[in-house]
Design a protein. Structure first.
Length: 399
């Protein structure tokens, strides 16, 4: 028997939550946007009225207001978004414990083993789910119902807002295959362009293409898309209560002013390294690779990474590695708008082997001293708050 998978996707989630906070916003074109004074002047989400004027996510506020002079821009309320997301998922959990959050505004549900408890067809259960979220939370969701995750995700996008779309195996050729390849889960811009060069435009074109040839041209990503196009997706829906595998820990910051000079850049790097080191410590993991991404005022982006000689969750070692990457790849006289720092290739703390060197004993002793220092700092912060203690350093401008 086929599985019965739901993909529940909140419609215009961020804008909908803002309308819950301020109902009068429903009657005007509104967008959730960053604070222009802090240079986060980008449209993050918009309501239906703003959408009618052609306002688009990721464009600048001034571009949006050229299209819609009466556009009301509101700041994001991230705590409220998280709270509403938790409330919605609590409703999902009353139907199955196999609820796999796929983002703040969407989740997969596997109701194969619980459908019989509700004496409803899959469509009826999806409709009941939509009605409950609308009545109890005040937002709308669209639900795709299918036999696997990839097609259920496609189903929730097929018809919006507030709709249920059921796609069975028998519907693949009629509903799915005429759609553009870009409608598939994980079909990124580069993959879509590569397939277009192969004269593959629709999901049906991909499904009928030679699998080996697709794999040769696009690698694992191409083989995955080919399988999705043919409805071949056996990925399970994880239990809501299963521990999540942490693959990386990162944090980024867009600065109030462009950073120039090594001292200012170091300040920014130290702040970011502090935050990801604290997260890794709390999760009892260490990174073996440090990745740095920077963006200049013209939005040119570079990304580099470096393997570490030993796993670490130490702020000082992460920051030193990041600064080494920047010295090798960036002119500190040029302005930096954004820095993102990420620890990747995570391992459980204390369980991995390190590379040896002529100076291994001295390196290890220094590492252990830093570890004791940062452990002590973590305890002080846990008792008196994060701002109670920190590293000293050059005092530059307010970042």
């Amino acid at each position: 028997m086929d599985r019965i998978i739901f993909h529940a996707d909140a419609n215009a989630f961020y804008a909908s939550v803002e309308e819950l906070l301020r109902p009068e916003l429903k009657d005007v074109p509104m967008a959730v946007a960053g604070n222009p004074e802090n240079r986060h002047g980008i449209i993050l989400a918009k309501n239906e009225r703003a959408k009618r004027f052609g306002v688009q996510t990721a464009e600048t506020i001034w571009q949006a207001k050229r299209k819609c002079p009466d556009l009301v821009c509101v700041p994001p309320h991230h705590d409220r978004y998280q709270e509403i997301s938790r409330d919605v998922n609590q409703i999902y959990l009353q139907y199955t414990d196999l609820v796999d959050r796929f983002g703040i505004d969407e989740s997969f549900l596997d109701v194969t083993g619980t459908l019989h408890l509700f004496k409803k067809t899959p469509r009826e259960l999806a409709d009941a789910l939509r009605a409950r979220v609308r009545a109890e939370i005040g937002i709308t969701i669209s639900v795709g119902v299918s036999f696997c995750r990839a097609i259920a995700k496609l189903g929730s996008d097929y018809k919006k807002p507030d709709a249920t779309t059921v796609i069975g195996r028998e519907d693949l050729e009629r509903i799915v295959w005429p759609l553009p390849v870009s409608a598939l889960l994980y079909a990124g811009r580069k993959s879509v362009e590569a397939l277009r060069q192969m004269k593959i435009e629709t999901i049906g074109d991909l499904a009928r293409a030679d699998r080996l040839e697709i794999g040769k041209r696009l690698g694992k990503a191409g083989d995955l898309l080919w399988r999705y196009a043919n409805g071949q997706d056996n990925e399970p829906v994880r239990s809501f209560y299963a521990p999540k595998e942490l693959k990386s820990v990162g944090n980024g910051m867009t600065f109030r002013h462009d950073l120039r000079g090594e001292a200012e850049v170091r300040q920014g790097v130290m702040l970011l390294a502090d935050s990801i080191a604290a997260r890794m410590r709390s999760e009892a993991v260490q990174c073996t690779t440090v990745q740095v991404q920077i963006k200049d005022p013209n939005f040119k982006t570079i990304q580099r990474q470096q393997k570490l000689p030993r796993p670490t969750y130490l702020q000082r070692e992460i920051a030193e590695t990041a600064m080494g990457i920047l010295r090798a790849n960036w002119n500190f006289g040029a302005p930096i708008r954004l820095i993102t720092l990420t620890g990747t290739d995570l391992v459980p703390a204390g369980e991995a082997h390190e590379q040896t060197s002529l100076f291994a004993d001295a390196d290890r002793a220094r590492h252990q001293r830093l570890e004791r220092l940062e452990d002590a700092m973590a305890k002080i912060r846990g008792k008196y708050g994060h701002e109670s203690i920190g590293y000293g350093g050059p005092k530059g401008k307010d970042l």
